[in-house]
Design a protein around this ligand. Sequence first.
Ligand code: PEP
Length: 243
Amino acid sequence: MKKLIAGNWKMNLGRNDAGNLARNLAEKAAQANDKYELILCPPSVWLTDVADAIKGSAVKLGAQDVHEQDKGAFTGNLSANMLKEAGAAYALIGHSERRQYHREDNVLIKSKAENAIKNGLIPIICVGEVEEDRNAGRQNEVVGQQIAESLPASGEFVVAYEPVWAIGTGKTATPEDVRAMHAFIRSALAKAVDRAEQVAILYGGSVKAANAPEILATPNVDGVLVGGASLDEKEFWAIAQAA
Ligand code: PEP
């Protein structure tokens, strides 16, 4: 399986910087290769700019969120079809910042994922425990519940394991933590969906060029979801080269 190297730009970069970063990465990743696929998730207002910038290259586009309905009176939201038309192939769903600041729960995340799949997007469904749960040794219980309740029963999707305490903090899970959790997620997937072994499981949380080789070499790590370091062209490119 190709490693997925996804950059979540969050609410960062103006129009010019977004276009330039995407264009430079697309030049470097002009041709598809069998080691990795690059996915850029810019703020949705720049999706079409980034789509233009990566046109003809092997870089793919992702949205940072998607609504669970096809259309209607949902001020400020974007449907899967709109994102698809803007050029997206993927959509992040249930990122911990959406769970925390927008009070998204597993039930909502599942319906967003199902609607994304119905409309031809590949959801990247984020799971992960908060520090309090990790300290209390409850990480498998929490992530197991997120897997059981937020994954669609069928269709193509990706899971991203992001321990919340490692996001944007500079703290990375230890190699043993990553190995153990990804093995746990693989076995939880086997209970929840068909063809669990074909679901890519990404790791996210303070991934950088320096720790990417070890993380990407861990069993059941099929790629990485990168926040801060994806805003830096050299750093993000170096992460991809570690695949
Ligand atoms: C993220 O937000 O998905 C993320 C992993 O952020 P960072 O790499 O900055 O920890």
